[in-house]
Ligand binder design. Structure first.
Ligand SMILES: Cc1cc2nc3c(=O)[nH]c(=O)nc-3n(C[C@H](O)[C@H](O)[C@H](O)COP(=O)(O)OP(=O)(O)OC[C@H]3O[C@@H](n4cnc5c(N)ncnc54)[C@H](O)[C@@H]3O)c2cc1C
Ligand SMILES: *[C@@H]1O[C@H](CO)[C@@H](O)[C@H](O)[C@H]1NC(C)=O
Ligand SMILES: *[C@@H]1O[C@H](CO)[C@@H](O)[C@H](O)[C@H]1NC(C)=O
Ligand SMILES: *[C@@H]1O[C@H](CO)[C@@H](O)[C@H](O)[C@H]1NC(C)=O
Ligand SMILES: *[C@@H]1O[C@H](CO)[C@@H](O)[C@H](O)[C@H]1NC(C)=O
Ligand SMILES: *[C@@H]1O[C@H](CO)[C@@H](O)[C@H](O)[C@H]1NC(C)=O
Ligand SMILES: *[C@@H]1O[C@H](CO)[C@@H](O)[C@H](O)[C@H]1NC(C)=O
Ligand SMILES: *[C@@H]1O[C@H](CO)[C@@H](O)[C@H](O)[C@H]1NC(C)=O
Length: 596
């Protein structure tokens, strides 16, 4: 049934229609299977049109559902309405496209669709903090990470047996911009990594060469080095990416690579896309460039057909089981409860943890998990929430004297798959000077994890509870060995003649005394934050969640784009950040071809 067409453009105040709702269940509960006798419909008259809300006979008050959860006070999003301020009205809003989640990918898709002239509505949890200097300044990043309410810390319920029973912290940035507020590393995928996408999708438009144009669309790339790589990069895109060249250390790092018989490349986007190089960053002179700011906020005034609702949390999609279509997305904000209706499509970009969460709350997921949580199965897709992947990260430390890397970020992607001469573990590491202590920090990542690191399920059907996160790093002990070998490898790097002559360097951590490296790794491994795979892309509904067009298998008007769509059993070597941009640009291209 068509809903009222509500132009988004006219005023700052949303044009919405409102009606009273007295009783309804917003969640479809499983324990009373829907049958015609059990269905009641509540007709809501909205002006000249009507919307239908289907209710199960077990009418549950909104209030008890949300109250029933014991741990909610620790976990629930306090920005949004709680049971004591429960709205009594449901409002309706309509657009061509509704994007759920204004993070790295969501801001790109929203801005581009608005640019193409579509009425575009972006709904995102958290506030708009783009003007907060803490978000922009590299120097504030660490402080921000630990001390602001914008970052949500989720503790998996169970501790990790392979990590000396520690409970890892999963950090999710809950604000417009999402996890763009990160370490800034902005690397492309290698040719071999894109081959993994091709294998998963059967689609050669995911080749390194074909994907290059989407990276270029997003990039405004500069290197401060004396070499030109303009043909490799974009220089008109919204996101400023800078590779800092330090003439002294560039030569040193090159010599280190030579001494170890490893390749060196000035630009990892070039033919040689592994080995020793320097990192490209979304920071330029200490200021961050990110999609929320550069795609979205900067175009908001330009496109009156773009509407952004912050502090608006999606609760679920209402799915028609027969037609397998999304009817609407239910969301809640400080202004109350809303039904968002997309004339064309819904684009889910709530990130690796919340995109699968919203699907599960909507009845799309593993039947077993949904039934255990009393959620009616609308469309079974086993892989929703599975395949959680991350590189994992450890930090080792050196005390230095006369060691300078300038503003450059030396790094290396050591890849035994593409190297035949060496027998090194698949690792990515980067060097960073600690500006306070002058210590040299080396961050080491597992560039080719042998196993996923966990999966998502639900605590219960309360939409305000975050998903249940189960983490299990080093399920495959080879992943532990990769880190052990990586420490040995970095020690080799740090004791090259080149570096010894360059500066005095003393290992502080793990330290020179005989320490068991396995113990060190188990005691210090952290999540890298490179989480992906929970709505994996692939060819069929058995093995994946979305197809090569980012469409949820079996649902006609719902797509997912964010870090969750990376294929199963795949982890990026250097981080997903820049590639999330390229995937968003690819989806935008697909939508352009479909609708224009
Ligand atoms: C601490 C940290 C450091 C990192 N450093 C790097 C790095 O140096 N290099 C690199 O390559 N990668 C890095 N990453 C990874 C990278 O930042 C992420 O992979 C990427 O930003 C994910 O983008 P996304 O679009 O998938 O999700 P996000 O950017 O997280 O966006 C999700 C958005 O959805 C919103 N949302 C969530 N739930 C709802 C809901 N129910 N309703 C409405 N909106 C909702 C959130 O508010 C958020 O805005 C880092 C990650 C972290 C956490
Ligand atoms: C719910 O909201 C009210 C009013 O804003 C507030 O006083 C109360 O503390 C909140 N309760 C919870 C559990 O967050
Ligand atoms: C971790 O916890 C389990 C279960 O409580 C216990 O059996 C095991 O000994 C613990 N391991 C370590 C290293 O403490
Ligand atoms: C892709 O599949 C081919 C053929 O099965 C295989 O040889 C190749 O190693 C795969 N590449 C990747 C990156 O998985
Ligand atoms: C966020 O707030 C800033 C400052 O108020 C504003 O300029 C910007 O347009 C806002 N962005 C969005 C997407 O609402
Ligand atoms: C090395 O550092 C010391 C003290 O920090 C300083 O006195 C000396 O000049 C430096 N030497 C070089 C070659 O930079
Ligand atoms: C590579 O490592 C494996 C396992 O540690 C070892 O058995 C093998 O001999 C090594 N190969 C080379 C060429 O060093
Ligand atoms: C290392 O330290 C020693 C003693 O402090 C000093 O003489 C030497 O010059 C230093 N070497 C470098 C490369 O800085």
């Amino acid at each position: 049934m068509p809903a009222m067409h509500l132009p988004l453009a006219q005023s700052n105040n949303l044009a919405v229609s409102t009606t009273d709702i007295s009783l309804h269940s917003i969640m479809d509960h499983h324990h009373e299977p829907l049958s015609s006798g059990h269905i009641r419909t509540l007709l809501i008259i909205i002006g000249t049109t009507a919307a239908v809300i289907v209710l199960s006979s077990t009418i549950v008050f909104l209030l008890p559902i949300w109250k029933n959860t014991t741990e909610c006070s620790d976990y629930c999003d306090h920005n949004i309405i709680n049971s004591s301020t429960l709205p009594s009205k449901i409002q309706q809003i309509e657009a061509d496209f509704i994007i759920i989640g204004g993070g790295t990918a969501g801001c790109i898709v929203s801005a581009r669709l608005a640019e193409y002239g579509f009425q575009t509505l972006l709904i995102s949890s958290g506030s708009n903090d783009t003007q907060n200097p803490l978000m922009r300044e590299q120097a504030s990043y660490k402080q921000l990470l630990h001390n602001t309410p914008h970052f949500k810390h989720y503790l998996p319920l169970s501790s990790s047996p392979n990590l000396n029973n520690r409970t890892l912290d999963v950090i999710v940035w809950n604000t417009l911009g999402g996890n763009s507020i990160n370490g800034g590393g902005a690397q492309r995928l290698t040719e071999n990594e894109w081959n993994y996408f091709i294998n998963a999708t059967g689609d050669s438009s995911f080749s390194k060469e074909a994907m290059s144009k989407y990276y270029k669309r997003t990039e405004n790339y500069i290197t401060t080095g004396p070499f030109s790589n303009l043909n490799l990069h974009g220089n008109n895109g919204p996101i400023k990416i800078t590779q800092v060249y330090d003439s002294v250390f560039n030569q040193i790092w090159k010599n280190v690579a030579n001494e170890l018989n490893e390749p060196f490349t000035n630009d990892l986007a070039d033919k040689i896309d592994y080995g020793f190089s320097f990192e490209s960053s979304s920071f330029t002179n200490g200021i961050r460039s990110w999609s929320c700011d550069k795609y979205l906020s900067s175009t908001l005034n330009k496109y009156s057909n773009l509407k952004v609702l912050t502090s608006s949390t999606a609760i679920k999609f209402d799915i028609n089981e027969q037609t397998k279509q999304v009817n609407s997305v239910l969301f809640i904000s400080n202004d109350g409860l809303f039904n968002g209706i997309a004339r064309k499509e819904y684009i889910l970009s709530a990130g690796t943890f919340f995109s699968p969460h919203i699907l599960m709350l909507s009845g799309i997921g593993d039947r077993k998990i949904l039934q255990e949580n009393n959620i009616l199965v609308k469309h079974e897709l086993k892989q929703v929430g599975k395949n959680l992947m991350d590189n994992g990260m450890i930090n080792i430390k050196y005390q230095t004297q006369n060691f300078s890397i300038g503003q450059s970020i030396p790094m290396a992607v050591i890849n035994s798959k593409t190297r035949t001469t060496n027998n090194n573990s698949d690792t990515f590491f980067r060097l960073k000077m600690n500006s306070n202590t002058k210590d040299l920090d080396i961050f080491i990542f597992n560039a080719l994890p042998k196993s996923t690191v966990g999966f998502l399920s639900l605590h219960n059907s309360n939409p305000l509870m975050p998903p249940k996160i189960t983490l299990d790093y080093f399920k495959d002990s080879n992943d532990l060995n990769i880190f052990i070998n990586a420490i040995k490898y970095v020690r080799k790097v740090m004791s090259t003649d080149t570096l010894k002559q360059y500066a005095n360097i003393t290992e502080i951590l793990p330290g020179l005394q005989e320490i068991n490296l396995a113990t060190y790794v188990r005691n210090t491994l952290n999540a890298a934050g490179h989480f992906s795979g929970t709505c994996a892309m692939g060819q069929n509904a058995e093995n994946s969640v979305v197809d090569k067009y980012f469409k949820v298998h079996g649902i006609s008007n719902l797509r997912v784009v964010d870090a969750s769509v990376f294929p199963a059993n795949f982890a990026t070597k250097t981080g997903p950040y820049l590639t999330v941009h390229a995937l968003a640009e690819k989806l935008v291209h697909i939508l352009h071809e479909t609708y224009l």
